[in-house]
Design a protein around this ligand. Structure first.
Ligand code: HSE
Length: 443
């Protein structure tokens, strides 16, 4: 059988990694796919530069700076989009779909923001859009959710799905560094981009969580409904206090089914330090999926990098090589559920989520302060799980003794905790704004 022909858009880390792994393992990959998979054209901004790193002694690949010519090339069956971003990538992907080409993409932002439009265009044209590499890099989490766990009602997913922030948090926790120093280390070591804002502000993780929510619950991709909070405001002090209380702070992407709707949120989260996922360190990723039949399952691996991401991209190429001749109605649906059976379950606003909370506040160390605080909590039906009072010390400004109090609450609605915080901050004996972090038991 003729090899299936692939055009690559982009030849950066992921594009070149894909090319190299495909070449290196082509014999085994061909035995699995049932036919060869060949990259024959690559579009890249600077072909001369790409030519220098392209290992292609038989000159089977042509390089071009004309991206449109690749998506319009009738000899190509698959377009692998590796350029990132949401503007040009969207136009090229839609054009390729119109041309009847199957798509492989690692572009989480594109799918989280424009997924509905792209999947609908692909469905109308009968082509596959495969995106294993878009979530957690080399971990085959899309395959697991969409196929391996298909018997289950997924209850929740909690994932460490951004390696850069996990590296930074590990450094803050293990070495006591502050956020800015740990970020500088991540940049020096090549974990963080020159502009790391999507990583540290939680946007990258929210793109991935959005895609997982759609596949887990059979709802459209709705990035605009995701709650996104990064780690830029996180203090090393809270990481230390959390550890004292038996918790570790991780940036989690959380998607959860509740009676009221779906929770879709990314934020720093205290989790019990004894959980396996709490011990995922450095730039590694891990995704915990809880299905009603299977219970808890945990997937661990590299979430970025040339070859781990290539591993996922090539798995998609193999899937397409095997399945593209199948009647589109009999293929695995893009979002795991049949497109005409997607649910309109609402994504809950952050005020409506349920969580337990860590609160840190500085108070004047005098009689009655704690009882004022506990009265506020009781009035709003918020129950205290644990309370830690640090040693008193004199404030910078004078002779008044102050102390830090850490409160851990049982589960409550976020809007209740917001009201608790504003009432506590209004007390004259409270000397700082309240630091609030969400907690997950993950049991
Ligand atoms: N920048 C991401 C991370 C990888 O740090 O995990 C690509 O999504």
């Amino acid at each position: 059988m003729e090899p299936i022909k692939v055009g690559l858009l982009g030849f950066g880390t992921v594009g070149s990694g894909t090319f190299n792994v495909l070449r290196r393992n082509q014999e085994e990959i061909g035995r699995r796919a049932g036919r060869g998979i060949e990259i024959t054209r690559i579009a890249v901004r600077n072909p001369a530069k790409a030519q220098k790193v392209l290992v292609d002694p038989l000159r089977t690949v042509t390089l071009t700076s004309d991206f449109t010519s690749v998506v319009n090339d009738p000899s190509l069956d698959i377009i692998a989009e590796m350029i990132g971003g949401t503007n040009i990538a969207r136009e090229l992907v839609l054009q390729a779909i119109q041309n009847g080409k199957h798509i492989v993409t690692a572009n989480k932002a594109l799918l989280a923001v424009h997924g509905t439009e792209i999947f609908e265009a692909a469905r109308a044209r009968g082509v596959i859009v495969a995106f294993e590499a878009a979530v957690a890099g080399g971990i085959p989490i899309i395959k697991a959710l969409r196929e391996g766990l298909t018997a289950n009602r997924i209850q929740y997913i909690a994932g460490i799905i951004n390696g850069t922030t996990n590296f930074i948090l590990s450094e803050m926790c293990e070495r006591g560094l502050d956020f800015a120093t740990a970020l500088a280390d991540a940049q020096r070591l090549g974990y963080a981009e020159a502009d790391p804002s999507f990583d540290i502000e939680g946007v990258d993780a929210a793109h991935k969580a959005t895609i997982m929510a759609a596949i887990a619950f059979g709802v459209p991709v709705q990035f605009d409904r995701a709650y996104v909070e990064g780690i830029t405001q996180l203090h090393t002090l809270d990481i230390r206090y959390a550890e004292e209380l038996g918790y570790r702070i991780k940036l989690l992407g959380i998607v959860r089914r509740t009676i009221q709707g779906i929770e879709l949120r990314v934020h720093p989260t205290l989790i019990p330090a004894k959980r396996l996922i709490a011990n995922v360190q450095g730039a590694m990723n891990a995704v915990l999926v809880y299905g009603d039949a299977v219970g808890a399952t945990l997937y661990y691996g590299k979430g970025a990098g040339a070859e781990p991401t290539a591993s996922a991209v090539i798995a998609d190429l193999v899937d397409i090589a095997r399945l593209h001749t199948v009647d589109p109605n009999n293929r695995v649906p893009h979002l795991a559920f049949q497109p005409d059976r997607l649910a309109s379950t609402p994504i809950l606003p952050i005020d409506e989520i349920t969580s337990s909370y860590y609160l840190r506040l500085r108070v004047v160390d005098q009689i009655g302060v704690l009882s004022d605080i506990t009265r506020i909590l009781a009035a709003l039906d918020v129950s205290i799980d644990a309370l830690l009072q640090k040693e008193s010390e004199f404030s910078d400004k004078g002779q008044i003794s102050e102390t830090i109090i850490i409160l851990i609450t049982h589960e409550t609605l976020e809007k209740n905790i917001n009201e608790v915080i504003s009432r506590i901050e209004a007390l004259s004996t409270v000397r700082s704004s309240v630091t609030r972090l969400r907690m997950e038991a993950l049991n």
